[in-house]
Design a protein around this ligand. Structure first.
Ligand SMILES: [Zn+2]
Length: 610
């Protein structure tokens, strides 16, 4: 098309299809919902992971306007450099005249001469981050978390957004967002709702069900060994259990999005939806299915804990910077803790499975040297710079696992202090009732809530367990609920040799991936990334070290030959001891009525019969 015949000159260089979309944006009166910001996401080349964005903003009352892409996304407390996937930015006014712009920082495009003008910005997004649950487009689907795709200005954040997708035929679009007038259209009350309501569009399996007058949807992208009928049956049960913690629902409609895929796993909570990613063949066995339904329970708990109430520092979200809080352990660890309440009360997890998972957690705490180096409050604050790996395990705690532990300690303390009348669930219900966003809460609010529930002063408890190193006597703790720890009854106290090393078979050989602090291997001086080549002069390859260790007894000496940065060396490891059998949690020999009642108040189910 020639320049002369092109009436909308700034968009002459893009495709006819795209031009049609942009003409629609300006001319067709789809502002029937009085939208202030109109967003078109054109997925015209899904096989190349591209989306073309066009966003039309109402008039601005300033000379220069900055448009940002968030630098992180909700639910993942980590700077992600999302703007790196943006190319071909341009801006025009309502008459199609080009506006000058410049990039002023890594996430910000500043457009000039915007005073009293409608502004339309356009750009291309490269969407190929499946595992980060930010943006992913291919020829079978697109997953869109708007924080990774849709720019905003500080002056439009509160305005209504109308989202319109242009997608290949046969694609189905699903989101927790309100539905627009046409297919593939959604409406967000404001930008905050938009970024917390991802869109899944593509070839997918879509189920709808309702429970207690609320609508639910399950949408699954990808092939796998899942049984969607069973998933629907169990999700129907799951969503009814929240009433044991909170006494009302903050939504009318909720969407479970599932990616059955390869190379991506994890999940993220959103306002009235969740995205759960699992390996496509990790749905079928009982262990795998329990993993799926536990994740669904975790994300559903977040619908209240984080999405309805969250700590000061995260309200309102600052999308361009870290949002610091010393209470992320409550946002994540308490969610892991409360997910069990839903699973047990809905009989989606047996008491045996629950006690097995608890035993696994206790084993994890026992082998977490980082508990001596960091408090849960510090771990919460440092979450934004957490790197994981060997150093973190030895010198840090985790807001999930140790957050679970502090939640558990608090729950038992409240149950005991209130003579089995109240529990940690009451703390969360008060947070929901009294600290709903746009309010927030801080540590003083929490101590006040616990004081009110128990009639006691929890300031010292808080200092000891949240800002201190919680020393836990697990046997004493479990005994309150009639339980105890056991390493196997037949061969009591049987020990096996222990080195404290974890290895993996890498392309270089048997590589050390973790050395537990103060373990025999730590004391001998073995390090992360050493390549072990021989034990006592005999080559070791292709087999895990634990296999070879079965031939040794505690206190025996192990001559470990290894490469460190290609230099050969040897260290002597004096083997330590570890229980031969896995830790189990079992009922005490004698269980009182009160202990059984404690267990019931804790879990909502009867004390296990054997
Ligand atoms: Zn979580």
């Amino acid at each position: 098309m020639s320049k002369v015949s092109c009436l909308l000159s700034p968009i002459c260089n893009i495709t006819i299809a795209m031009r049609a979309v942009i003409v629609m944006l300006f001319i067709i009166p789809f502002f029937t919902v009085n939208a202030k910001v109109s967003v078109n996401i054109n997925i015209e080349q899904p096989q190349h992971h591209y989306a073309q964005l066009t966003i039309v903003f109402d008039k601005f009352n300033r000379e220069k306007t900055s448009f940002h892409l968030p630098t992180w996304r909700t639910g993942r407390y980590e700077i992600l450099n999302l703007a790196n996937g943006i190319r071909d930015f341009s801006a025009v006014d309502g008459n199609g005249n080009s506006l000058k712009w410049k990039k002023i920082d890594k996430d910000t495009w500043q457009v000039q001469e915007t005073l009293n003008k409608k502004v339309k910005i356009s750009y291309q997004v490269y969407a190929n981050q499946l595992g980060k649950r930010t943006r992913h487009i291919d020829d079978s689907h697109a997953f869109i978390d708007a924080s990774a795709v849709v720019m905003y200005s500080d002056f439009s954040r509160d305005q209504q957004h109308l989202i319109s997708l242009s997608v290949p035929a046969k694609w189905q679009s699903v989101s927790g967002l309100d539905l627009g007038a046409a297919p593939h259209q959604f409406i967000a009350r404001n930008y905050d709702v938009l970024v917390d309501s991802p869109i899944e569009t593509g070839i997918n399996e879509h189920h709808k069900f309702s429970v207690d007058g609320r609508s639910y949807e399950l949408v699954i992208w990808g092939k796998g060994n899942y049984d969607s009928a069973k998933m629907v049956t169990d999700l129907k049960v799951l969503v009814q259990q929240s009433k044991h913690i909170w006494h009302s629902y903050p939504f009318e409609r909720y969407v479970f999005m599932v990616h059955a895929t390869s190379g991506a796993r994890g999940a993220t909570e959103h306002l009235n939806s969740t995205i759960i990613q699992r390996s496509r063949f990790k749905f079928s066995s009982r262990k795998d299915y329990l993993g799926f339904i536990s994740t669904a329970a975790h994300e559903f708990v977040h619908t209240w804990n984080v999405k309805q109430y969250r700590p000061k520092g995260l309200v309102p979200y600052d999308y361009q910077h870290e949002n610091y809080s010393t209470l992320l352990w409550l946002s994540e660890g308490s969610t892991s803790y409360l997910q069990n309440q839903l699973l047990l009360r809905g009989e989606l997890m047996s008491s045996k499975e629950f006690l097995e998972s608890l035993a696994k957690r206790i084993t994890g705490y026992i082998h977490k040297p980082g508990r001596q180096s960091q408090t849960v409050a510090e771990a919460s604050f440092e979450k934004w710079s957490e790197e994981g790996g060997d150093y973190d395990k030895n010198h840090s705690v985790n807001i999930y696992s140790e957050g679970f532990l502090v939640s558990w300690l608090l729950d038992f303390s409240i149950i005991e202090k209130t003579n089995l009348e109240k529990s940690y669930r009451d703390v969360h219900n008060v947070l929901y009732q009294n600290h709903k966003i746009p309010k927030s809460f801080d540590e003083a609010d929490l101590v006040a809530i616990i004081n009110e529930i128990t009639g006691e002063d929890y300031q010292d408890w808080w200092q000891d367990n949240v800002h201190g190193i919680a020393e836990v006597n697990f046997d004493k703790l479990l005994a309150k609920a009639g339980l105890t720890m056991s390493y196997g009854s037949k061969e009591k106290n049987k020990q096996k040799a222990w080195s404290g090393i974890k290895t993996k078979q890498s392309s270089h050989g048997l590589q050390i991936i973790a050395v537990e602090k103060n373990s025999p291997a730590w004391q001998a001086g073995l390090m992360l990334d050493d390549i072990i080549v021989a034990i006592n002069g005999l080559r070791i390859t292709g087999k895990d070290l634990s296999e070879r260790l079965k031939n040794f007894k505690p206190k025996e000496r192990l001559r470990v030959t290894y490469f460190r940065r290609d230099e050969l060396d040897t260290r002597m490891v004096v083997l330590g001891t570890t229980p031969k059998d896995k830790l189990k949690i079992v009922p005490l020999d004698q269980v009182s009525k009160n202990q059984k009642a404690f267990f019931k108040q804790w879990t909502g189910i009867d004390f296990p019969s054997s």
